[in-house]
Design a binder for this molecule. Structure first.
Ligand SMILES: *Cc1c(COP(=O)(O)O)cnc(C)c1O
Length: 387
């Protein structure tokens, strides 16, 4: 079956009421018919729900769908995207190991690598996403994992997944890809040869800014270890949030089509604006990795960034002039959201580090929503006009 059909027709067991739409299973534990059944389930001789930290029908439905949509063998859902990313790293590394990561990764992923892993003797190196020819020189005898994000948040760097998978295989690394910006509808890293894919389901997968969630998907033998880690340390997704996210997947394809056409239209509209130095969007021919984006993504995604000529001051003025669009830290919502990373999310990062990951002083990130494109463009135009 095709993507849209799998996203709608993959359903967990119905209850005895024979409801058409999956119900919510808000239960912390499950009952057993006998001591023998209980023993067999705990011994993992039989499959079934025991306790919602281990599994729950709503989480299983969300995991089954995401597995099919990403082309994975197994998946584990988590309470947030960060819980997923943490759970996709820790089970595979030990003291003395080294992780190679793209420099352009989400801020909290960067913090895991720089603030926490070193405490346990796990070192890291950062690689420039635009200079993959230099990556081989960063490999050490103890390098175990390659961690990357494409397109990256917020700079929209693109890394060639086919190349990355070959590189990882050649150096015997686990290739772990944060696929949050693309969603499984636009890009499937596992199909290019990645070993693990993570998502913050909080973003486009939920798509309406309601719940937090995450997921780790990949090869069976790797996900077994992630599941065991989750069972013991407890980053479980709640049944209610899993239900919301599974329902959201039913409309992911149709929503992403609109996010992408709106985003591309906005990007093209802004290209020649006199206050803007540069517009970034993976499907603009001016993007440095346009050819790679076209090869591995179905459409260009729902996020556009642009650089205002007047730096920090114009960035703040622009946000203050916005009327309809939301100023919010989230993205992937049906409502268009604008942020100015240099004065907000990345204001505590020193300028040199910010610039090295493409966060210039005038950079504005727009998560393009599902409103009519004319209204989105009009708000941005009037906000620029008043600067
Ligand atoms: C938001 C985000 C995360 C973290 O997800 P949470 O659900 O907020 O924990 C990770 N990676 C990327 C690319 C993100 O945008």
């Amino acid at each position: 079956m095709k993507f849209e059909t799998l996203a709608i027709r993959t359903q967990t067991k119905r209850s005895q009421e024979r409801e058409h739409s999956t119900p919510i299973f808000p239960t912390s534990s499950f009952v057993f018919d006998s001591a023998e059944q209980m023993r067999a389930l705990f011994a993992e001789e039989e499959e079934g729900n025991i306790y919602s930290r281990f599994s729950n029908p709503n989480c299983t439905e969300f995991e089954d769908k995401m597995c099919l949509l990403e082309g994975g063998e197994d998946a584990v859902s988590t309470a947030t995207g960060m819980a997923g990313i943490f759970s996709s790293i820790i089970p595979f590394l030990e003291a003395g190991d080294h992780i190679l990561a793209s420099r352009a990764i989400f801020g909290s992923s960067y913090q895991i690598l720089t603030n926490y892993l070193p405490k346990w003797g796990i070192s890291h190196s950062f690689a420039d996403p635009e200079k993959t020819e230099s990556w081989a020189s960063l490999i050490q005898p103890n390098t175990k994992m390659l961690f990357l994000e494409t397109p990256s948040n917020p700079a929209l760097d693109i890394i060639d997944l086919e190349w990355a998978a070959k590189f990882a295989q050649q150096h015997n690394l686990i290739l772990n890809v944060d696929n949050c910006f693309a969603t499984p509808y636009l890009q499937n890293p596992l199909k290019w040869g990645a070993d693990i894919v993570t998502h913050s389901a909080t973003k486009f997968i939920d798509g309406q800014g309601r719940v937090l969630g995450g997921i780790v998907i990949g090869k069976k033998e790797l996900i077994d270890k992630v599941r065991r880690f989750g069972r013991q340390t407890g980053p479980a997704l709640s049944p209610f949030n899993a239900w919301v996210l599974s329902k959201s997947l039913e409309t992911l394809a149709i929503r992403m089509d609109r996010h992408c056409t709106n985003a591309e239209a906005l990007a093209k509209h802004l290209i020649n604006h006199p206050l803007i130095n540069r517009v970034n969007y993976p499907f603009l021919e001016s993007h440095p990795a346009y050819g790679i984006a076209k090869k591995q993504m179905k459409m260009g995604g729902g996020v556009v960034t642009f650089e205002l000529k007047g730096g920090l001051e114009y960035g703040k003025k622009f946000l203050d002039n916005i009327q309809m669009i939301s100023l919010s830290a989230n993205l992937g919502d049906s409502r268009t959201i604008a942020t100015h990373p240099a004065s907000t999310t990345h204001s505590k990062v020193d300028e040199a580090t910010r610039l090295s990951v493409g966060i210039t002083n005038g950079l504005v990130r727009v998560s393009v929503g599902l409103e009519h494109i004319d209204d989105i463009v009009a708000d941005i135009e009037q906000a620029l006009g008043k600067i």
